[in-house]
Ligand binder design. Structure first.
Ligand SMILES: [Zn+2]
Length: 73
């Protein structure tokens, strides 16, 4: 018995991560070649970059927070 409704095709996680890497490569290449010309691709690159390096910026942000708490106390 054939199903009447075809299951919706969901991209596999591996395929999605491939897309993410492709996009990241594309954006990095674009900004490398155009020295951040300020176009939509450059804006996307800056957003992605900020999100990806967020974890590295976190310890510094915590220090600032602690400093502010110390002042408030
Ligand atoms: Zn650009």
């Amino acid at each position: 018995m054939a199903p009447q409704v075809e299951l919706q095709r969901v991209p596999e996680p591996a395929a999605e991560s491939d897309i993410l890497r492709e996009q990241l490569d594309y954006l990095i290449e674009h900004t490398a070649q155009n020295a951040q010309c300020g176009c939509a691709e450059c804006q996307r690159y800056l957003k992605v970059r900020a999100a990806l390096i967020e974890i590295f910026a976190e310890p510094q942000a915590r220090v600032v927070e602690i400093g502010q708490l110390a002042k408030a106390a």
